[in-house]
Write a protein that binds this ligand. Sequence first.
Ligand SMILES: NC(=O)c1ccc[n+]([C@@H]2O[C@H](COP(=O)([O-])OP(=O)(O)OC[C@H]3O[C@@H](n4cnc5c(N)ncnc54)[C@H](O)[C@@H]3O)[C@@H](O)[C@H]2O)c1
Length: 425
Amino acid sequence: MVDIDKIKNIAVIGGGIMGSGIAQVALLSGYEKVTVIDLNSEILEKTKKLILERMELIQSEEKLKEYFASNEKLKNVDFKKKLEQFASIGILANGVDTETIMGRLNTDTDISRGIRDANFVIEAVSEKLELKKRIFKQLGEFAPPQAVLASNTSSISITKIAELCNRPEKVIGLHFHTFFPIAGMLIEITPGEKSADDALEIGRMVAQKFPCITGERFTVRLEKEIDGLIGNRISLPILIYMGWLVDTANKNGFTFEELGFLQMLFELADNIGIDTIYNILIYFEKYVSPDFAPAKYMEDLMKSGRLGKKVGKGIYEYNEDGSIINLPSIDQNAFRLLAENLNPEIFPALTFNEACRVLEEGAVKSYELIDKIIFKGTYSPGPFETGKDKYKEWIPLLYKIAEKTGKSYFKPCEMMESGKFLSLK
Ligand SMILES: NC(=O)c1ccc[n+]([C@@H]2O[C@H](COP(=O)([O-])OP(=O)(O)OC[C@H]3O[C@@H](n4cnc5c(N)ncnc54)[C@H](O)[C@@H]3O)[C@@H](O)[C@H]2O)c1
């Protein structure tokens, strides 16, 4: 029987966008000690500042209201109800103040020291396989024997990450779906080939305990590992398509600022981190299909160090307060060019095809579960809700865009083309 109460200390490796957000939810869950480990004290000072800012956000009704109002998908959420729900979970509800909570936060630059009394470790370093393998080797050497070792990887196989670790049975995936862990409901728990059942169960219970301000925390345990998990994997073909489209627009002389109708997508990419997306694509190019090779504009952004909002510039440039410096506009010529290439049905068709591949690969057994996962991750209806009635119309469309872009990955997979998914409700 798994005893979650034995978990007192959490260590987080990497104090960037995700590490600081994960430390925040761990602190709010009430653990005695949360230690963040990163390369140097300057980064760790930034991590502390980020955590504190995020604490202030959730403690100010006014700021929370602003956050809910600024997020299109949260506009219809009953803010008052959510606030009540949030007040009933987490340790803030028991009158513990931010200062006390921050007092439980430790930082370290030495991994062996930082994890020596951790019961649960969550790795959130940059999305690079070799780096993660090295970290898990160290986790195996220095963490206490019972500790569960989780990775927040967005795309990489847990089996590969655990390759150099002396206890792969303790290694699991624990993936937050958004760059703001306290605000995203979905956490995916993934097994590697050698992950033990009790490590996965502890991971699920720890994840379930992390508070969430937008609704009930939703954890899902995948049957089998799959590159990119489910929430991200399904949206990746759109990313390849958008890459092709943006390169086409750039080749025709249009700047990012002139492609104002893509502002939401561009800002999302800058928030996630251009390097994180780039590294995911490189991994997918190697292990899934060459069609995932990053678009030229991504290569250019990487070369010039434009890694996104975290460094003040990515696709756009940002002021200190996070606002965009040169506000994008809609150039009519650019609009015409994109409109010629943009049939709105392409997006649900690509997503549906990828969701069928996820079923084909056996990550979960039911398409209704995929719909639920997507809804909990993005507030959008799942791909099968509309796809099950429209997929036959989308088959010729997918063949057409595969030909137009030269990317055969867009062709419908067997699960979609045959309609076999219908038997996996
Ligand atoms: N950004 C997102 O939206 C998002 C969402 C879910 C999961 N993820 C995943 O989370 C992980 C971290 O992403 P991020 O966005 O926080 O990246 P980030 O670049 O913001 O942070 C990575 C941190 O890792 C640190 N680091 C690098 N090497 C290290 C080492 N040897 N020891 C300790 N720290 C080290 C870096 O200094 C940096 O602070 C990645 O695997 C990413 O795929 C990202």
